[in-house]
Design a binder for this molecule. Structure first.
Ligand code: AMP
Length: 126
C-alpha cells in the first residue's frame, strides 16, 4: 500500500508559509522549529521539506541528499540548543511518532528533539 500524503496537514502549511513558525534552522531539504506545546525547556521539531508521512516513509523513499541533510539538521539542532553530550551539554532525546499506536498527530514526518531537563525513562508502562 502506498503512503498517502495529505498536503493540508499543518506542517505542509508551515512549509508553504501559510502558518508562522519559530524557526531554529532551515537547510536545503529540512526545517527545524519550536514545538507550540513544548514538553521540556527545549522542544524542537525537525521536518523534511519533502512530502513524507512517517519516519519509515522518509527512510525508505527519500533521496540520499535529503536523508543526509535531515540527519545533519538534527545534529545542528542539538548543537544550537546546547544539548550535545560530547560538548558539555546534558543530552537530548529524539522521538518520531509514526501511525496509530504512536499517536502521531501530524501526518508529515518529524523528529522531536527534546532537552533541557531530566527526561525520565523512555516509556511509561502500558
Ligand atoms: P506528533 O504526535 O508526533 O505528531 O506531534 C506533533 C507535534 O506538533 C505536537 O508536539 C504539537 O505540539 C506540534 N504542533 C502542532 N501544530 C504546531 C505548529 N503550528 N507549530 C509547531 N508545532 C506544532
Amino acid at each position: 500500500m502506498a503512503y498517502a500524503y495529505d498536503d493540508q496537514n499543518i506542517f505542509a502549511r508551515i512549509l508553504r508559509g501559510e502558518i508562522p513558525n519559530k524557526t531554529v534552522l532551515e537547510t536545503e531539504h529540512s526545517l527545524a522549529f519550536h514545538d507550540v506545546r513544548p514538553q521540556a525547556p527545549d522542544h524542537v521539531l525537525v521536518i523534511p521539506k519533502g512530502a513524507y508521512v512517517t519516519y519509515d516513509h522518509f527512510a525508505l523513499e527519500a533521496s540520499e541528499a535529503e536523508i543526509v541533510d535531515f540527519t545533519r539538521a538534527v545534529g545542528e539542532v542539538a548543537k544550537i540548543i546546547g544539548a550535545q553530550p560530547g560538548e558539555g551539554g546534558k543530552g537530548f532525546r529524539l522521538i518520531s511518532n509514526a501511525g496509530e499506536h504512536a499517536i502521531q498527530e501530524v501526518p508529515h514526518m518529524h523528529v522531536h528533539v527534546i532537552a533541557g531537563r531530566p527526561l525520565g525513562r523512555l516509556l511509561e508502562p502500558a
